[in-house]
Design a protein around this ligand. Structure first.
Ligand SMILES: *Cc1c(COP(=O)(O)O)cnc(C)c1O
Length: 458
C-alpha cells in the first residue's frame, strides 16, 4: 500500500515512510492511494476477534511493509499497556452504549493511537539505524499520551513544552512523573500559544531541525488515524451483540481525527448507520454539517478543553474524499480558508455529507445537566468531553447510539464535582503519581534558551 498527499504533490511512499513523514512534504496530509474493501466473510470473522486480533486484521491491510510477526508483536505490545484486555469495552447505560476508550496509561483515548505510534517509531528507527527527537507543545492530554508512548524507547527523545500553571494537576503529574532518561518536560513561563510559538520557531530553523533530527507529534500522523479505525469495528460488533439494530457512533470532536477514523471504517465496508459529530460551543464542525457554514470564529473556553479548537487539522482528509479525490480542489479550498477564514460548500456537498453525518453542539450548562442526570440515574460519572456526545444521544433518543468516551472522569474532576456533587474515584494509576519523583525544568518564554536546552540534551 502506497500513501499519497491530499494535495497531490508528493511521490507515493510506503507505510513506514508515511509514519516517519507525519505531514506530507507538500503541506498536505497522507492517505492510502486506495481503500481496501472488506468482504462479507472478512467482516463476519472480525466480529469474533479479540481487540489485538482485530487490530492486526485492519492494520495488515495498510502496513504491508512490516512482516506479519513483527506487526503482531507491535500491536500486542501496544495494547498490553491497557488495564483491560478488551482495550475499548462497550457498556450499556439505559438506552445508551458507552465505548470506554480511556483504559490506557494516561486515561484518555489518545493512548490508543500513541501507544502504537511510539512502538512503530522505535521499530522503524532501529531498522534504519536512525534517531528521532520529538518536540511538541501541549495543553495537557496529547503531551502526556505522547510521553507515555515513547518513554524508555531506544533512539527517541521527547521534549514536551507545557504552560506553567495552566495544565490540570493530573495532567502535570502524569507528564512530570515520567523520569526516563529520554523524556524532557519543559514548563514555560507563558501560555499554551507561547509554547506553540516556540516549537514553530524551532521548526522554522531548518538547519537546526535537520542537524538535531527533530520530529513532531501531532494528530495528523496516518498511524494515529489507523489505530483509531480499529475501535469502531470493535464497538460496532459489541453494540450489535448487545442488541443494537443500527449502529450510530457519537464522537466528541475537536481536530476531526477521531471521527475521520469512523468515516474511514465506513469506507472499508463497516455498516455504520450514522456518525454524529458532537462539539462544545466551539461548533465550527457542527455548523458545517448543519448548513455548510465552515467559518472560523474565536476559540471559547469550555468544560471540555481538548475540544476547544477552531481549526480541525484532520478535516482536510475528509475534504479530499468529499471532492472525489481531487487534490487540486483541496489545494484551492485550503487556500480559500487561509485567505478568507472560511470554506464554502455547494448544496450537493452538504447533502452528501448529511447522508452519513449528523451533529449536535452542547453548551457548558447542558454538559453539566447530562453529567448530573447520568450520575443520578446510573451512578456513572461522565467526563465533560464524553458528556458532549452523550447529550447528543439523549437528544436523538433511541437505542442505537454508541457514545465514544474519550477520557476518564478523574482527569477532569472539577466539572463532575460542580455538576453532580461527586468526585470521581481516582484510579490507582493516577493516585500513585502523587508520591513519585518529578522531572521538569522551568524555563522563560525564550526560544534561544529552549534551543540550547535541546542541543545540550540530545
Ligand atoms: C483530543 C481529545 C478529543 C478530541 O479528539 P479529536 O481527534 O481532536 O477530534 C476529545 N476528548 C478528549 C478527552 C481528547 O483528549
Amino acid at each position: 500500500m502506497k500513501y499519497i498527499s491530499t494535495r497531490g504533490k508528493t511521490a507515493p511512499v510506503g507505510f513506514k515512510d508515511a509514519v516517519m513523514m507525519g505531514l506530507a512534504e507538500d503541506g498536505g496530509l497522507l492517505l492510502p492511494e486506495s481503500i481496501p474493501a472488506l468482504t462479507k466473510d472478512e467482516l463476519a470473522a472480525m466480529a469474533k476477534m479479540t481487540y489485538p486480533e482485530l487490530a492486526y486484521a485492519v492494520l495488515s491491510k495498510f502496513a504491508d511493509d512490516i512482516p506479519e510477526n513483527d506487526l503482531k508483536e507491535l500491536i500486542n505490545k501496544s495494547y498490553a499497556s491497557f488495564e483491560t484486555p478488551e482495550v475499548a469495552p462497550v457498556v450499556k447505560k439505559g438506552e445508551v452504549f458507552i465505548q470506554e476508550l480511556f483504559h490506557g496509561p494516561t486515561f484518555a483515548f489518545k493512548d490508543v493511537a500513541l501507544q502504537l505510534l511510539g512502538n512503530l517509531f522505535e521499530y522503524i528507527l532501529k531498522e534504519r539505524n536512525e534517531k528521532l527527537n520529538i518536540i511538541g507543545a501541549t495543553s495537557g492530554d496529547t503531551g502526556s499520551a505522547a510521553i507515555y508512548g515513547v518513554r524508555g524507547k531506544d533512539n527517541i527523545n521527547i521534549f514536551i513544552l507545557h504552560p506553567e500553571g495552566r495544565v490540570s494537576r493530573v495532567q502535570k503529574m502524569q507528564m512530570t512523573s515520567v523520569t526516563d532518561d529520554n523524556v524532557f518536560n519543559i514548563a514555560v513561563n507563558g501560555t499554551f500559544d507561547d509554547c506553540q510559538d516556540i516549537v514553530k520557531e524551532i521548526f522554522a530553523d531548518v538547519e537546526f531541525k535537520k542537524q538535531n533530527k527533530l520530529g513532531a507529534v501531532n494528530s495528523i500522523n496516518w498511524a494515529r488515524v489507523l489505530a483509531q479505525v480499529v475501535y469502531y469495528f470493535y464497538g460496532y460488533f459489541r453494540a450489535v451483540e448487545k442488541g443494537a439494530e443500527k449502529v450510530r457512533f457519537v464522537v466528541p470532536t475537536g481536530n476531526f481525527g477521531n471521527i475521520f477514523a469512523g468515516y474511514f471504517a465506513t469506507r472499508m465496508g463497516l455498516k455504520i448507520d450514522k456518525l454524529i459529530l458532537a462539539t462544545n460551543e466551539n461548533n465550527i464542525l457542527s455548523r458545517f454539517i448543519n448548513s455548510g457554514d465552515y467559518s472560523i470564529k474565536e476559540v471559547v473556553i469550555t468544560h471540555s478543553p481538548s475540544m476547544d479548537i477552531q481549526i480541525a487539522s484532520n478535516f482536510e482528509r475528509f475534504l479530499y474524499y468529499l471532492y472525489n479525490e481531487n487534490s487540486s480542489k483541496v489545494v484551492e479550498k485550503m487556500a480559500e480558508l487561509k485567505s478568507t477564514g472560511k470554506i464554502t460548500f455547494t448544496d450537493k456537498e452538504i447533502e452528501d455529507t448529511q447522508k452519513l453525518f449528523g451533529t449536535f453542539s452542547t453548551s457548558n450548562m447542558l454538559t453539566e445537566t447530562v453529567i448530573q442526570y447520568f450520575y443520578n440515574t446510573f451512578k456513572y460519572i461522565l467526563d465533560p468531553h464524553t458528556a458532549c456526545g452523550v447529550a447528543a444521544a439523549l437528544e436523538f433518543h433511541d437505542a442505537n447510539y454508541v457514545c465514544l468516551s474519550t477520557a476518564h472522569p478523574a482527569k477532569f474532576p472539577e466539572v463532575a464535582k460542580k455538576a453532580a456533587g461527586v468526585s470521581p474515584v481516582v484510579p490507582a494509576g493516577i493516585s500513585k503519581l502523587e508520591n513519585l519523583e518529578k522531572k521538569c525544568i522551568l524555563m522563560d518564554c525564550d526560544t534561544a534558551k529552549v534551543k540550547k536546552y535541546l542541543a545540550d540534551n540530545i
